[in-house]
Design a protein around this ligand. Structure first.
Ligand code: NAD
Length: 514
């Protein structure tokens, strides 16, 4: 059964979708997709509101963001209830990934933006630096479009919005068609915090609404989602010559060395693969284990996976929630079936949970997987642990790098230096040693993929600066009394230039000035 049906198609792509909860497949509401006119109207409103918003100081904007943090804390139960009903994720996943992460982001950017984006003076090298002074100011881009996927419908909307808004932009956020209500709460919270009308708006709809947003005259698109859609967004932005960041899919590798703490590594593998029902862009999808510790590691993983609780109540002690979307269930089942047909061994799971009526897939452990199977080549995005035995760490590195993706990854060893060396050799966006993906939660770490996993990096300094134009302003050092370059051109001036070059780059004393 599909999680949404098109109820009616009104004039001008004003589609209305009826949504169901993955928890029990019961209806949870309808969604009217914004059409081109609605999106264009929102962008115009955002453009108008941005002018005054940009005039505020960082500390004035921070007051609103701090207020939003208090509202987040007050309304956390309501947000979690909405997220859980709409996505089916485990309640604790909702608290960790949506509420805590959002709180941390509100707190961090309200306190740090002024320091990160304050105008900077930089020394110009060489002779020019003797007479000229450089300042760089960070100007907001204007209106930023934020396109959100369904796996983190609250955090993946609010986190980029906070950064763009703190930098002085207004935002128009496009929610996923599967999870519009959770994303809608972002606008609600900022409105309650007193953020002026038009600075943060959510437009709801499907892919067509997203395409309209890309073409609606925004100044940047911040996209999180699949590779296929990312390409379309990039094409659209390229046509309009506007920047975009693309945070796309992953197929992260985990390397377990022979000297790893196997208890920690086994726990890391299970949460790395099953957290958020495996719908985590930095989820652990491929696990390469050194042959000397393979059997022990597998036993430890097996014990832990069999203890995982899955249930429809969504209490705080249920570990693995529902699959968020029937479309993803089809991919998970296809990948697992392909692996099994081609020789993978099922240690546990590999089926829908027969005791639950919603979209629940049992946490699954597969061994004897190979790189010619879909499950190792493509993003599965489900609660699946795929274990492959390797003869050496070298083999593990080669296999980890044998992927068109490169978002995150992790390596497990008690030897810090060795872990650091292995991490640097992985062709991926970021790595963790002895932990699963914590990178997105550390704003000090620029986050983003390489290869097909994305373009550009987000969060922290690089993220904030990505919502700005770094504008260099060069001025006279001594108030306009300096010699000015220019006409008339003369042979003497060319001679003078030659002498300067000889002095700067041939003369040992001159090199001190170059
Ligand atoms: P998706 O690409 O199907 O949809 C993402 C968003 O794009 C949705 O809001 C959708 O309506 C919209 N969209 C669809 N077509 C569009 C178009 N032509 N123009 C503009 N917008 C359009 O992705 P999804 O299935 O919602 O999300 C899952 C994917 O997101 C996974 O691959 C996952 O790995 C990835 N993801 C990446 C990160 C990261 O930070 N790298 C984080 C979370 C999720």
């Amino acid at each position: 059964m599909s999680l949404y049906d098109i109820l009616e198609e009104q004039e001008q792509s004003h589609r209305i979708l009826k949504l169901r909860s993955p928890v029990n497949l019961e209806p949870i509401g309808t969604l009217t997709c914004a059409n081109q006119h609605d999106v264009s109207h929102a962008v115009k409103k955002a453009r108008k509101a941005q002018k005054d918003w940009a005039k505020l100081s960082f500390s004035q904007r921070a007051v609103y963001i701090q207020k939003a943090l208090q509202i987040l804390l007050d309304r956390q139960e309501e947000i979690v209830d909405t997220v859980v009903k709409e996505t089916g994720k485990a309640r604790t996943d909702a608290y960790n990934l949506e509420i805590f992460a959002a709180g941390d982001s509100l707190h961090y950017y309200s306190r740090k933006t002024a320091k990160i984006l304050k105008p900077v003076k930089k020394r110009i090298h060489g002779m020019l630096g003797l007479i000229k002074q450089l300042r760089i100011v960070y100007k907001p881009l204007g209106v930023c479009g934020i396109i959100v996927p369904w796996n983190g419908p609250f955090i993946l909307a609010i986190n980029p919005a906070i950064q763009a808004m703190m930098a002085g932009n207004s935002v128009v956020i496009k929610s996923s068609e599967v999870t519009p209500f959770s994303t809608g709460l972002v606008e609600d919270i900022f409105r309650e915090a007193g953020v002026p009308e038009g600075v943060c708006q959510v437009v709801q709809g499907d892919g067509q609404t997203g395409a309209y947003l890309c073409e609606a005259g925004v100044d940047k698109i911040s996209f999180t989602g699949s590779i296929a859609t990312g390409r379309r967004v990039a094409e659209s932005c390229a046509r309009q010559l506007i920047p975009c960041t693309l945070e796309l899919g992953g197929n992260d590798a985990m390397i377990v060395c022979e000297d790893a703490d196997l208890d920690r590594a086994a726990s890391g593998a299970v949460i790395g693969a099953c957290m958020n029902t495996g719908h985590f862009c930095c989820g652990t999808e491929r696990i390469y284990v050194h042959k000397d510790v393979y059997e022990t590691f597998l036993d430890k993983v097996k014990i832990r996976v069999k203890q995982l609780k899955q249930g429809p109540e969504h209490g705080a002690d249920e570990d693995v929630g529902a699959v968020f979307w029937d479309r993803q269930m089809t991919i998970i089942e296809d990948h697992v079936n392909d692996a099994v047909i081609n020789g993978a061994h099922v240690v546990c799971g590999a089926r829908r949970n027969p005791e639950l009526e919603g979209l629940y897939y049992e946490p699954t452990v597969l061994t004897d997987v190979r790189h010619d199977m879909k499950i190792m080549k493509e993003e599965t995005f489900g609660p699946i642990l795929c274990l492959q035995k390797v003869d050496s760490v070298e083999e593990a590195i080669t296999l980890a790098n044998d992927s068109p993706y490169g978002l995150n990854g992790n390596v497990w060893t008690k030897d810090k230096k060795k872990g650091f060396e292995i991490a640097q050799r992985i062709e991926t966006g970021s790595m963790c040693i002895n932990d699963m993906a914590v990178t997105y939660g550390a704003p000090e770490a620029p986050f983003g993929g390489v290869k097909s996993s994305g373009i550009g990096q987000v969060n922290g300094e690089v993220g904030l600066k990505g919502y700005c134009h770094a504008m260099p302003i060069i001025t006279d050092r001594f108030g306009g009394k300096e010699m000015q370059s220019g006409y008339p051109y003369t042979a003497e001036k060319v001679d003078g230039l030659k002498k300067v070059m000889n002095f700067l780059w041939r003369n040992p004393i001159g090199r001190l000035f170059s």
